[in-house]
Design a protein around this ligand. Structure first.
Ligand SMILES: NC(=O)c1ccc[n+]([C@@H]2O[C@H](COP(=O)([O-])OP(=O)(O)OC[C@H]3O[C@@H](n4cnc5c(N)ncnc54)[C@H](O)[C@@H]3O)[C@@H](O)[C@H]2O)c1
Ligand SMILES: [Zn+2]
Length: 360
């Protein structure tokens, strides 16, 4: 097992990572103090696979509430249904909520934990790579609004994050690979050595060799934890985590039914690098190196079908990171060095997009 700490003074918490990590749940709950009840909010699909082995370590049986798999559950209606169950179970301020599943249930369960009784403690047990290296760390909780994703939410840090790498073994390969995109992002913005390590260990990463998977997750959690510790509420440096996400979100908005989030981010990183090269901010060699790692890890380098550049630019302007009408982009200057720009033109977006358009 490896442990990474999110260093947030009185809100600091550990992230435990490794095979069989589920066995630590009982100890973690006990370390929180006088807990009367544990509620597990679980993604239905994940519950069918892993709930039984998670709860073995608890001293008394938890209340289990399942949520249908899929982003549609991450709504205020979904939260309301969970509040009803918490009320039925008479959950008190000192009790603990455990979320089991990917980022969807982590965000929704975290939101419910943050708002029920003005905040109860919660433990994240992420079961996707996306959630293990990104969504479960940093305390952003959310529900979607009909007008956009993640528009409702609060910051509420978990008491602990528990990542049992065995749980990730049932993840379909395409979803696993999509999660690797956030790892390429972390490496590019913060840790060049991790980028090279990923290239060298691609085969072991792709076949999920347990020790390699634990190292991959721990290194990524350390990067995310460090960024969050410097800027918990995204007032400045945390925004670098949006690298690849401006164009990525626009692609997801336009083609989300065809592509995973991580696949969109991979394409968004390639487009952002093209833009940075065009501005002579970034060397082509580094852009090529990142594109190579993206390809080696099995992530896409081109869109499945051509997108209209004007439509992409329009959607970029709808992104919630837009302030005062200008698009905010995180660009790379070098491996591990970023720059935020706000003066990106539609023509630049069109030029950047051309490198990820399908070959005819
Ligand atoms: N809070 C944050 O900082 C943050 C960061 C990134 C993403 N997010 C959010 O996370 C969500 C995406 O997370 P995700 O990619 O984990 O998607 P997800 O939670 O929807 O899970 C994807 C699919 O995988 C299934 N699944 C989960 N674990 C499995 C396992 N071990 N074996 C087999 N199937 C499994 C789920 O049932 C689901 O069908 C989005 O809602 C996004 O907004 C939040
Ligand atoms: Zn992302």
């Amino acid at each position: 097992m490896q442990t990474v700490t999110v260093d947030l003074a009185e809100r600091a918490y550990p992230i435990h990572i490794g095979r069989g990590g589920r066995r630590l749940l009982g100890d973690i709950v006990n370390s929180i103090g006088d807990v009367h009840q544990v509620v597990i909010i679980a993604d239905e699909r994940v519950a069918a696979l892993h709930l039984e082995s998670l709860i073995i370590g608890l001293q008394s049986p938890p209340t289990v509430v399942t949520v249908p798999a899929g982003e549609a559950s991450k709504s205020l209606d979904g939260a309301a249904r969970l509040f009803d169950r918490l009320a039925d179970a008479r959950i008190e301020r000192g009790d603990v909520i455990v979320t089991l599943g990917g980022g969807m249930v982590g965000d929704l369960g975290g939101f419910v934990a943050a708002t029920w009784l003005r905040g109860v403690r919660f433990i994240q047990v992420p079961t996707t790579l996306e959630a293990a290296i990104d969504a479960s760390v940093g305390g952003k909780t959310a529900a979607n609004h009909t007008s956009g994703k993640n528009l409702i939410g609060v910051f509420h840090q978990p008491a602990a994050v528990l990542i049992d790498t065995d749980f990730l073994s049932t993840l379909p390969q395409r979803d696993y690979i999509a999660g690797l995109s956030e790892s390429v992002k972390h490496a590019a913005i913060r840790d060049p050595a991790l980028l090279h390590w990923q290239a060298e260990n691609a085969k072991a990463i792709l076949s999920r060799v347990p020790a390699v998977l634990t190292e991959l997750i721990a290194r990524n959690c350390a990067i995310k934890a460090d960024v969050v510790a410097h800027d918990e509420r995204e007032r400045n440096v945390r925004a670098i985590l949006n690298y690849g996400h401006t164009v990525g979100h626009a692609i997801e908005h336009l083609l989300g039914y065809q592509l995973r989030h991580g696949e969109c981010v991979a394409l968004g990183m390639i487009a952002a690098n093209r833009l940075a090269c065009a501005r002579e901010l970034l060397d082509q060699e580094i852009a090529d190196c990142i594109a190579d790692v993206i390809a080696t890890l099995g992530l896409p380098q081109r869109l499945p079908r051509a997108l209209d550049a004007a439509a992409v630019a329009e959607v970029c302007k709808l992104d919630k990171k837009v302030r005062g009408g200008s698009i905010h982009f995180v660009l790379l200057r070098d491996l591990g060095a970023t720059e935020r720009v706000t003066d990106v033109s539609d023509a630049e977006i069109a030029a950047a997009l051309s490198v990820i358009q399908p070959r005819d």
